[in-house]
Ligand binder design. Structure first.
Ligand code: SF4
Length: 169
């Protein structure tokens, strides 16, 4: 059974979406430089569809996307929850932040609008780093999958410009 340690409403993890990001525990990846080592333990609350639906329904008026952060020990469960979200909340996008370098074999991924792949390697940086090994893939309306990693680097640049424009803030 998947478990989640906590969740948050975030704005940068999925382009142009207000995202309910659910931090799933029991992470098997042990990335060097991991920023969330507490997620290596099998902690938190069971994340079945009833619990997920409770969270999503509570925040639905303010979000546009649901993102599963982790869950690489049970990719089939993550996939199934995403499918159920698509079936029951067709207005919402779905995303998955996997720490694996490749998609899992024999697990449907066509009900994710976004999938991030790649271990976190501190020396290469995260998605907003020009040297990152990670990739964000977006499913287009025609079903094709596009690598949109570059969005994160462009968006980081915009943020810096905004700060420079408002030096007193
Ligand atoms: S995928 Fe990597 S960075 Fe993310 S929680 Fe797991 S070990 Fe840490």
């Amino acid at each position: 059974m998947l478990k989640y340690a906590n969740f948050d409403i975030v704005f940068q993890e999925v382009p142009d979406e207000v995202t309910l990001a659910i931090n799933i525990s029991n992470c098997p990846n042990q990335c060097p430089g991991c920023h969330s080592k507490y997620l290596w333990d099998n902690i938190g609350k069971d994340l079945d569809f009833n619990e997920l639906n409770r969270l999503v329904s509570h925040y639905e008026s303010g979000i546009t996307c649901v993102c599963f952060m982790g869950g690489d020990n049970e990719p089939d469960s993550v996939s199934e929850l995403a499918r159920k979200i698509k079936d029951s909340h067709s207005n919402l996008k779905t995303a998955w932040y996997s720490g694996k370098n490749d998609l899992p074999q024999n697990v449907p991924t066509d009900h994710f609008d976004y999938i991030k792949l790649g271990r976190y390697m501190a020396e290469l940086g995260a998605l907003d780093s020009a040297t990152t090994n990670q990739r964000m893939m977006k499913r287009l309306a025609d079903g094709r999958v596009k690598d949109i990693t570059e969005w994160f680097q462009r968006n980081k640049h915009v943020e810096v410009l905004e700060v420079e424009k408002n030096p007193a803030e």
